[in-house]
Design a protein. Structure first.
Length: 268
């Protein structure tokens, strides 16, 4: 995941830098480069970069990233699955602890583990769309973005009998078309409140520590039962940390809900 992030950030930054350099050269050649124009141009670049990379930024449309406080609720969410045997191990823990959760699944992974997807639905967990390939959406045209989302929703519907109503962009990165296309497909765009970088495999104790340190009322917690479309990803540290996460947050008085339940509370 980290190499993809670095590559995308570098590419976007390089494109913006080239655009800036081009404008500066053009104006310097004619001997007049207005300072106000450069200031506006750089401010616009900064805003666009923020809109692409900041998961909560509303520049490209509203994004649901946390629930309203005052309900003592937390939404567990798991990205990048299904990834067996770890997705099933997560499900067993959630069932044993009677904790609700939302799973944002990748289409390519669903094609490899359809039984795991069906089990998620049969056990009553919410399933969201996380694209087919987990590629960087801001670098794709609208037609490819639509294909990523639509193809995944169709497979989820084929396996479970129900189309997803939630969409989360890989890395939370969007461009001007992502939100609109997701809504065309019947999905509410969703981000998260707290990520703990569990895919870096910092150890189960560190995953637990980061979670308990950052979790607050209305938090949408981002965890991972897989890692992109990688085969054989070891998510055992998450599995080890999860029981303690649930037990301690519940001891603090939090109720575990799905993201649609949080959305419903926002509407009331």
């Amino acid at each position: 995941m980290i190499p993809k992030i670095v590559t995308a950030v570098t590419l976007v930054s390089a494109l913006l830098a080239l655009a800036t350099a081009g404008i500066m050269v053009r104006f310097s050649l004619v001997g007049s480069f207005p300072a106000w124009f450069l200031a506006v141009f750089l401010a616009t670049e900064t805003l666009l970069l923020l809109a692409v990379l900041e998961r909560r930024a509303p520049v490209f449309g509203p994004i649901f990233w946390r629930g309203a406080p005052g309900h003592n609720r937390i939404a567990l969410s798991f990205d990048d699955g299904p990834n067996e045997p770890f997705t099933s191990q997560v499900v067993e823990i959630l069932k044993d602890k009677k904790a609700k959760a939302t799973f944002f699944v990748i289409g390519d992974n669903c094609a490899r583990f359809p039984e795991a997807v069906k089990r998620l639905a049969d056990e009553g967990f919410e399933i969201g769309n996380h694209t087919w390939t987990h590629d960087v959406l801001p670098l794709k045209p609208p037609s490819r973005i639509r294909e990523e989302i639509e193809k995944t929703s169709e497979l989820i519907a084929y396996i479970t009998g129900r189309r997803p109503t939630l969409f989360r962009a890989p890395h939370g990165w969007r461009n001007p078309w992502v939100n609109g296309i997701a809504r065309e497909q019947g999905c509410t765009p969703v981000a998260w409140t707290l990520g703990v970088w569990d895919t870096d495999r910092p150890g189960a104790r560190e995953i637990l520590h980061r979670t308990l340190k950052g979790a607050t009322d209305g938090c949408i917690l981002l965890l991972h039962d897989g890692r992109g479309t990688e085969h054989g990803t070891d998510s055992s540290q998450l599995v080890e940390a999860l029981p303690g996460i649930i037990d301690e947050l519940r001891r603090r008085g939090f109720e575990f809900v799905t993201i649609p339940q949080m959305l419903d509370a926002e509407d009331r």
